[in-house]
Design a protein around this ligand. Structure first.
Ligand SMILES: Nc1ncnc2c1ncn2[C@@H]1O[C@H](COP(=O)(O)OC(=O)CCCC[C@@H]2CCSS2)[C@@H](O)[C@H]1O
Length: 373
């Protein structure tokens, strides 16, 4: 990894050392423990990515602690419509993030600790990291029954998931990141991770749901702060480094040059929705017309988050084929997104000013379409 000259200084900052004349060579080996001062999921994922891209981890593993305000974090190759309730998230102002690592969907809030274990490829060992967490948990509460599974979850009492794992393996650097449920809102977790959307077909990675539990429910002294200190102490002991947690601000461009462009990428529609593997939606809408139920069939192909094929089929006596097709054509190429659909509908309505009966039918269809987005 090439570290540009300006980044040498920030590397030294990360070690909390004054920039010495001798430069880079004086940075101590052994490892580093960092903790983010931000609770913004995009900033935290961006700085994680930045460390992965720019820090030389040879002989210097890094542990990074971070927590987020309420967010749903999907894996790199997942379909958000299949994994979560996007309508509920919009209503509640819950962020959606797509991470760079693979795997399933998790819910984060301030009661959930995220940990990223950075190493070079040859030191990458997820089980070792999980065992370190288990030792730390047992150091604060020897009675806890926590075990790592073959799929790198941590289970409490042999049945409740308290941690999920994902990882990214780069050319030389790697990271293993995992969650730890301390006092997360479990009601929010389960309602947000339930998809209401039907008829989706895709080859995206599917999550593996589990029954979860918070450590604080087991023992009220196990707060996030207690857990993070215990894990930091265990990490320091394991790597023979000073038990000091360096606070970092992931928005600080002077420390992490270029980090804000990573934040922008992670926040973008193109990354979050546009990276969804190609999928199709095959569903029906029911509308009431003159006291009878009509069935409207919908078939969509969505590629890069945009509608590629749109086939809405309504009974001809309700909406003449030609007018139905106008709606179909106007949706092709547009984002599979309720705001964009609302905009397009308004444009379409203007093509038949004054035809309120038609407006009402198009509006009904668009409202239903928005409901599946
Ligand atoms: N925060 C959290 N911690 C543990 N388990 C969770 C959490 N949220 C949801 N779940 C449960 O895990 C499954 C999904 O399990 P699944 O195995 O499919 O996915 C994962 O575990 C992915 C973990 C990603 C960790 C990253 C670390 C930093 S950024 S996110 C979900 O349906 C819930 O039942």
């Amino acid at each position: 990894i090439m570290i540009p000259f300006s980044m040498k200084n920030c590397f030294q900052f990360l070690c909390n050392h004054k920039v010495p004349a001798a430069g880079f060579k004086t940075t101590p080996k052994g490892g580093l423990i960092l903790q983010s001062v931000s609770n913004d999921v995009y900033q935290n994922l961006a700085v994680e990515d930045w460390i992965h891209d720019y820090i030389s981890l040879e002989g210097k593993p890094v542990l990074f602690f971070w927590r987020n305000s309420p967010s749903v974090v999907i894996g790199r190759h997942q379909n958000p419509w299949q994994e979560c309730n996007l309508n509920l998230m919009r209503e509640e102002g819950i962020k959606l993030a797509r991470r760079k690592s693979g795997g399933g969907t998790v819910y984060h809030d301030l009661g959930n600790i995220n940990m990223t274990f950075f190493t070079t490829k040859n030191k990458y060992d997820r089980m070792e990291n999980l065992q370190l967490i288990v030792r730390a948990l047992n150091a604060v509460q020897p009675q806890l029954d926590v075990q790592a599974t073959k799929r790198f979850d941590l289970l409490l009492d042999g049945q409740f998931k308290i941690s999920g794992t994902a990882s990214k393996i780069g050319r030389t650097n790697t990271y293993h990141h995992c969650t730890l449920l301390c006092s997360t809102d479990r009601t929010a977790l389960s309602s947000l991770l339930k998809s209401p959307y039907q008829g989706i077909e895709s080859r995206a990675t599917a999550s593996i749901p589990s029954t979860v539990k918070n450590l604080l429910e087991k023992d009220p002294t196990l707060t996030c702060e207690v857990l993070m200190s215990a894990i930091a102490a265990e990490y320091a002991a394991h790597h023979h480094i000073k038990n000091h947690v360096h606070l970092i601000n992931p928005a600080d461009e002077t420390v992490f040059p270029g980090v804000n462009s990573k934040v922008q990428e992670l926040r973008s529609w193109e990354w979050i929705y546009g990276r969804t593997p190609k999928f199709s939606v095959n569903t029906t809408f029911n509308v009431l017309h003159e006291q009878t139920h009509l069935e409207i069939k919908v078939f969509l192909d969505i590629k890069d988050g945009r509608i590629e094929i749109c086939n809405i089929k309504a009974p001809d006596h309700w909406l003449p084929l030609e007018l139905c097709d106008q709606l179909n054509s106007s949706l092709i190429g547009s984002k599979f997104c309720p705001i964009e659909t609302a905009m397009l509908t308004n444009i379409l309505l203007r093509t038949y000013p004054g035809d309120y009966k038609l407006h009402s039918k198009w509006n009904i269809l668009c409202e239903k379409m928005r409901g599946i987005m």
